[in-house]
Structures are given as structure tokens and as C-alpha cells.
Design a protein around this ligand. Structure first.
Ligand SMILES: Nc1nc2c(ncn2[C@@H]2O[C@H](COP(=O)(O)OP(=O)(O)OP(=O)(O)O)[C@@H](O)[C@H]2O)c(=O)[nH]1
Ligand SMILES: [Mg+2]
Length: 402
């Protein structure tokens, strides 16, 4: 490992952040301070209201965005007959603090948006998603205006794009052009909202049957950018792993957090083993590694779901996993074994030395500093392996899906 690699693994901005944590204290005080700042991402509420006309695909969307199929446990009921009659919260299977509220569908005639919105406690929502299928209608404008006038943000989702495209394909055989069709649909929605006085509306074209296509990534990016920073990561981590950018964004986010977890877990260390004392926080490392595995969809439940979504065999998906550790159950004993590996110790010493160049106080508790480097390198390399394998599994799942 050279300094360039170290600089990549532990960028200067994170070292500076860590230096600031040491501002008024030694190693143990810094670890204590960082521990307090590690607000569980699972404590930050994110409430998203999903609304739109009956049958537009609200419940289906709520299922797919939570990585669930229509028949999975905890899924919202969907169907061709009207199904959702009261606002119902559906929490994310891994992030219970992320709730999608399935609002009742409304009819397209004699729609009274204010009366409709009285049914729900508006203030609790971070934003609204208006789901519309087929053509743009007056009720969409009225709803968008009512939501905006109450000071809430909305995003307009034009759903069932797959159905539109196949209809176009059938009817305009010789002149069919997918890009052109998508543009027409998008412009129709934007112009409709403009006509209703909504400036710069955010419009996304989606298909719940092929969520990874069309504007889903654009929607993810836009929502992420427009959410307050503390909610941004909660949202990102709750997204399904169905396109490679989501994997990359998750990996980048987790990377920025490694030094904090490593510092806290090493904060209790008093003698090196060769890094960790029995009272160091190995559980934190165990939980962090489990969290990575779930966030990247490589736990059994998520792999099953992915296999189902893309109609693939789970065993086949697993054949592309290169890092053996990724398939193992993450336990306390496994982590202790890993911490004792010689290769890890050598890398850990380099990380420690490198970090101490910017954070001199890191060495104030010598064993702690070694434990820090060990934990850092363990999490860093595991995260890389997981992200790498998750990418490979996704490519396999997407093979031959068109
Ligand atoms: N082709 C296609 N069908 C979809 C899509 N999304 C939903 N559907 C179908 O549309 C029908 C209605 O979907 P729901 O999710 O139940 O619609 P809803 O908006 O929750 O309906 P209500 O609860 O009655 O308001 C179901 O048969 C879905 O399978 C999509 O993206 N593409
Ligand atoms: Mg419904």
C-alpha cells in the first residue's frame, strides 16, 4: 500500500474532521465525543406521502421502493379494483423510521383537493409524491396547487411508462422512437403543471415493473439533493439496490463514516490484540459489517428479493460473489478472528501512522491508535468487498433483462 492508496482510503477532509474531534481532548475524549455524534440513522424520521388518482400505482410504488413484491409480508395491497381507502403508513423493512404513507386514491371528476388533504396530518410529511398514470388531468394541477399552497414540496411521478411505451410500439410501429415518446410524456406533464402556475416542477417517468429504468435514478438524485442533509442519508440507505449508482452512493456515504465507527470501537481499547482489548467495542464492528451487508442487499432476505424481482435463481446470483467473507454470517468470533489476521495488522499500522500525520493526538493512547487503524482497515476493506460483490450480483441479475 502506498501513500496515494492511503490518501484514497482516508481522504484529507475526513482526517481534518477527525482532527477537529480531537480539538479539546485526548483519544478517549474524542472517541466519547464522536460516539455522541453518531446519531443512529434509524432515529431520524422520514415520512413520504404518496398520493394520486385511484389505480395510478401508488401502492405498487410503495412496495417496490421498499424492495418488496406485492405478495411479500408487509406489502401494501394492490389491484385493479380500488384498494386503498384510508391513509396507511408502510415502514421500510430495514429502516423503520422511513415511512411511505399510502393515501387513498381519488376520482378524476369533482375532485376537491382541500377536502381530500384534510384527511391527513400534513405537517408530518417531508414531501409528497403525486403518482399519475395515463394522461395529465386537472385534478393533478389542483392537487399540486393545494400541496404547494400549504408550504409542502411535491414531486410528480408519471407511472406505468412501460404500458405507454408498449402501446406506442403497437400503434406507431414504423415511427416508434422511445426517446421521443418519453420526451412527449414528460413535456405534457411539465406543461400541464406550468399552466397551473407551478414553476420548475419536478417530473419523473417511472415503471414499477422496471424501476431501474427511465427516471428512477434522476428522482433519487433530486430527492437526495433537496432533502435536508440529515435526512438525505436516511433516504439513500433505504433505496433498493437495483442500479449501480445506488450502490456507489451508498459506498461513498459509508466511507465517510468509517473513521467515526473505528474511533468509537477503539475508544475502549487499552492493550493491543494486536489492536483490540477484550473490552473494546467489537460489537460495534460486528453491527457495522452486518449493516453493510444488508444495505448492499447481500443478506439472504435481500438476495431472495432481488432474485424474485428479476426472475433469477438465487444460487446463480451467488455464484458471482468473489469475497468469501461476504457470504459468511457476521459474528463476534468471526470479527475477532479477522482482527487477529497478520495482513490486517500490517495494513492497520500503516493507516495509524498515516492518520497520526494529520491527527497527532491519535497517538495519545498508543493501543487505541493501533486499534483504530485495525478497525478502520477492517471496515474499509469489507465495505469495498461488499460494494464490489453487490455490483457483480446486480449485473448478473440484470443480464438479459433488456
Ligand atoms: N404496467 C404497469 N402496471 C402497473 C404499474 N404500477 C402499478 N401497476 C398496476 O396498476 C394496478 C393498480 O395499482 P395499485 O398500486 O393498486 O394502484 P393504487 O394507486 O394503489 O390504487 P388505489 O389504492 O385503488 O388508489 C395494479 O394492477 C398494478 O399491478 C406499472 O408501473 N406498470
Ligand atoms: Mg392502493
Amino acid at each position: 500500500m502506498d501513500s496515494q492508496e492511503l490518501n484514497y482510503a482516508f481522504p484529507q477532509n475526513q482526517l481534518q474532521e477527525m482532527n477537529m474531534a480531537f480539538e479539546n481532548g485526548d483519544f478517549l475524549q474524542a472517541a466519547e465525543k464522536v460516539k455522541k455524534s453518531l446519531v443512529g440513522i434509524n432515529d431520524i424520521p422520514l415520512n413520504i406521502a404518496v398520493t394520486g388518482e385511484s389505480g395510478s400505482g401508488k401502492s405498487t410504488f410503495i412496495n417496490v421502493i421498499r424492495g418488496l413484491g406485492d405478495e411479500d409480508e408487509g406489502s401494501a395491497k394492490t389491484g385493479v379494483v380500488e384498494t386503498t381507502v384510508v391513509a396507511t403508513p408502510y415502514s421500510h423493512p430495514r429502516h423503520r423510521n422511513v415511512n411511505y404513507y399510502d393515501l387513498p386514491g381519488f376520482g378524476t371528476t369533482r375532485f376537491n383537493p382541500n377536502k381530500y388533504l384534510e384527511l391527513v396530518e400534513l405537517t408530518q410529511f417531508d414531501f409528497f409524491l403525486i403518482i399519475a398514470s395515463e394522461r395529465f388531468r386537472d385534478c393533478h394541477i389542483q392537487l399540486a396547487q393545494a400541496i404547494s399552497s400549504m408550504g409542502k414540496k411535491f414531486y410528480f411521478v408519471r407511472s406505468k411508462i412501460d404500458a405507454d411505451l408498449s402501446a406506442f410500439k403497437r400503434h406507431r410501429r414504423s415511427s416508434y422512437n422511445e426517446e421521443q415518446m418519453l420526451m412527449e410524456i414528460r413535456n405534457n406533464c411539465i406543461m400541464g403543471l406550468h399552466a397551473g402556475g407551478i414553476m420548475c416542477p419536478r417530473v419523473f417517468l417511472l415503471s414499477c415493473l422496471e424501476l431501474e429504468k427511465y427516471d428512477f435514478y434522476l428522482m433519487q438524485e433530486t430527492l437526495e439533493n433537496e432533502l435536508p442533509i440529515h435526512k438525505r442519508h436516511v433516504f439513500l440507505l433505504s433505496l433498493p439496490n437495483i442500479y449501480s449508482q445506488a450502490l456507489k452512493s451508498k459506498r461513498d456515504y459509508f466511507r465517510t463514516q468509517i473513521w467515526k465507527r473505528a474511533l468509537v470501537s477503539a475508544g475502549k481499547a487499552s492493550i493491543p490484540i494486536p489492536g483490540f482489548s477484550p473490552d473494546s467495542d467489537i460489537d460495534l464492528l460486528v453491527n457495522t459489517m452486518k449493516e453493510y451487508k444488508e444495505a448492499f442487499g447481500l443478506d439472504q432476505r435481500s438476495l431472495n428479493c432481488l432474485a424474485k424481482t428479476f426472475d433469477k435463481d438465487i444460487n446463480d446470483l451467488q455464484t458471482v460473489i468473489r469475497h468469501k467473507l461476504v457470504l459468511k454470517e457476521i459474528t463476534y468470533d468471526l470479527v475477532v478472528n479477522l482482527l487477529n489476521r497478520r495482513e490486517l495488522t500490517a495494513a492497520a499500522l500503516m493507516v495509524t501512522e498515516y492518520a497520526a500525520g494529520t491527527v497527532p493526538l491519535l497517538g495519545s493512547v498508543a493501543a487505541g491508535a493501533v486499534a483504530f487503524g485495525t478497525a478502520y482497515w477492517l471496515l474499509y476493506s469489507f465495505l469495498n468487498d461488499i460494494a464490489d460483490d453487490a455490483g457483480r450480483v446486480l449485473s448478473r441479475a440484470l443480464e438479459n433483462t433488456g
